[in-house]
Design a binder for this molecule. Structure first.
Ligand SMILES: Cc1ncc(COP(=O)(O)O)c(C=O)c1O
Length: 340
């Protein structure tokens, strides 16, 4: 059955689909995969996810290629990352095989929602795990629920691939120096809402966070990693308080494939004056070029792109990654899983 959807005008929002998949962890083991048509969960009022924030999630995408096949990008990496997040919050790690089976199942079940090739849209896959058993003392739950829902989402650049401006605001941190920044924990996003909204009100697309300990080095850029190109070198922050981005990891590989040097290191804020290109990179943004970075505390404006047009390296990285995801380019690293 063909769904009549306006594929070209989808936003990055929630749209109901036919099914979600669920699995429960109880008595020390994961149970059977359940296919659900309900958009609701029934929770105990003392569930740890409600009180103590035992919630972790992931975000990945499925793309329809010119050949009509559906490909999921680097799902093994998301499987590993959510298991790490689980260990971080003393939750039950989802076995990699179970994660894979459930991702493939939910995409197959909702096949009709995978946008057609050429629309620029994709199917966003959102796995999440919550602590569901009752606790009143601050303790981890003994039971967990793992759910995967999907939703078609539009291209990030609706009006074309264009640079945006971002800002530095030292009054906000998303995470603590030895906190939960390297895990994909719901609470990190709750903690980032005020900064994000403030930046949007001021006309910026995102906040460029500094390291929360010294506020000297670049950390990450809203829900995306930060990269810069300086004298032909790909540079990206090394930090314990940022999420290890799968997009960034992929782009580092592509940059190396293009013969570029890649440096993952501390990047002092002032070094922004020397960079030729910059981008926010992630599953949603892919590689979103940054035009200017305003340090709102010092008043310094780092004009990255002089002519307001995306730079050649970020453009090439963006196009190469998109090319692999939509199978316009060969998947030489074996990053895509075809949904059979
Ligand atoms: C805080 C944060 N940093 C970086 C990223 C980018 O990671 P990925 O490339 O795996 O989507 C995301 C999005 O998942 C994020 O939420």
């Amino acid at each position: 059955m063909e769904q009549e959807l306006d594929w070209k005008n989808l936003s990055f929002g929630y749209m109901p689909t036919d099914y979600n998949v669920r699995c429960r962890y109880k008595d020390g083991k994961w149970g059977e995969i359940e296919v659900s048509q309900s958009e609701m969960v029934n929770l105990h009022i003392a569930a740890t996810c409600l009180h103590y924030g035992q919630e972790i999630f992931e975000g990945l995408k499925a793309f329809r290629g010119k050949d009509g096949k559906i490909r999921i990008f680097r799902l093994e990496e998301n499987a590993r990352r959510i298991a790490n997040s689980a260990r971080g919050l003393l939750m039950a790690p989802i076995p990699e095989d179970l994660f894979r089976e459930m991702v493939l199942k939910v995409v197959k079940l909702n096949e009709r929602f995978v946008p057609p090739y050429g629309s620029g849209a994709s199917l966003y896959i959102r796995p999440l795990e919550i602590g569901v058993s009752a606790q009143v003392g601050v303790k981890p739950a003994s039971e967990y629920l793992f759910i995967i829902l999907v939703s078609p989402v539009g291209p990030y650049f609706k009006t074309g691939f264009k640079p945006t401006n971002i800002c530095i605001m030292r009054q906000y941190d998303r995470v603590a120096p030895r906190g939960t920044g390297m895990w994909k924990v719901g609470g990190n996003y709750a903690a980032s809402l005020a900064a994000g909204e403030h930046a949007h009100e001021l006309g910026y697309s995102a906040v460029l966070y500094l390291d929360p300990k010294e506020k000297k080095y670049l950390d990450e850029c809203g829900p995306a990693n930060f990269i810069a190109i300086k004298d032909g070198v790909y540079i990206t922050p090394k930090s314990d308080s940022i999420l290890p981005s799968i997009t960034n990891k992929s782009l580092m590989q592509l940059a190396e494939d293009m013969g570029m040097k890649v440096e993952c290191r501390h990047i002092p804020v002032e070094e922004l004056a020397e960079v030729d290109e910059a981008a926010a990179v992630g599953t949603a943004a892919v590689a979103s070029p940054v035009g200017r970075i305003d340090d709102l505390d010092t008043g310094i404006q780092y004009q990255i792109l002089k002519d307001g047009k995306p730079g050649p390296v970020v453009t090439k990285l963006y196009e190469t990654l998109r090319g692999i995801q939509y199978a316009d380019l060969p998947d030489t690293h074996g990053w895509c899983t075809v949904v059979e």
